[in-house]
Design a protein around this ligand. Structure first.
Ligand code: 4NP
Length: 158
């Protein structure tokens, strides 16, 4: 893996999709006995300092991960220098990141599902206004997407 590989997952509120992506990626890292800098953030500022949505906490716990200690934060311009990969959940998040990215910053921007061949160009749907079933779909999407991302990152170093 290239030196200083660091991954930031981004959605709108940082209380549903990107915390779940962070949790899934951390689980994959742990299973592979790898350590990388990982975080998540939102493009919006409404939920700064808040824990993940209770439905996101519940689905993570059902899959064996406790995210109750996570706290929402907003993406900052400094993130584009700190993180080598900034991974957006949907096209709107990606557009917001492209607009915020300082000229020449190192971060490579992508959609999470771009890393999964069969889902390239697709968004992780926003579950916020839906019911609990939507959060299970989110978990399945971020689980598969982050597994593919880690595989890609580890292959780069091979
Ligand atoms: P997230 O979900 O971007 O996956 O964290 C949302 C959270 C909050 C809102 C929208 C989406 N909101 O409108 O407050």
């Amino acid at each position: 893996m290239p030196p200083h590989t660091a991954i930031l997952f981004v959605c709108l509120g940082n209380i549903c999709r990107s915390p779940l992506a962070e949790a899934a990626f951390r689980a994959h890292l742990q299973a592979a006995s790898l350590a990388l800098e990982v975080d998540s953030a939102g493009t919006g500022d409404w939920h700064i300092g808040k824990p993940p949505d209770h439905r996101a906490q519940a689905v993570a716990l059902r899959h064996g991960v406790d995210i109750s200690g996570y706290r929402a934060r907003q993406v900052q311009r400094a993130d584009f220098a700190r993180y080598s990969h900034i991974v957006a959940m949907d096209h709107s998040n990606l557009a917001a990141l492209q607009a915020l990215k300082p000229e020449g910053a190192r971060a490579e921007l992508s959609l999470l599902l771009d890393h999964l061949d069969a889902r390239r160009g697709e968004a992780v749907a926003d579950p916020y206004f839906g019911d609990a079933r939507g959060f299970e779909i989110t978990w399945q999407d971020v689980w598969a997407g982050t597994a593919a991302l880690l595989q890609r990152l580890t292959q780069v170093s091979a």
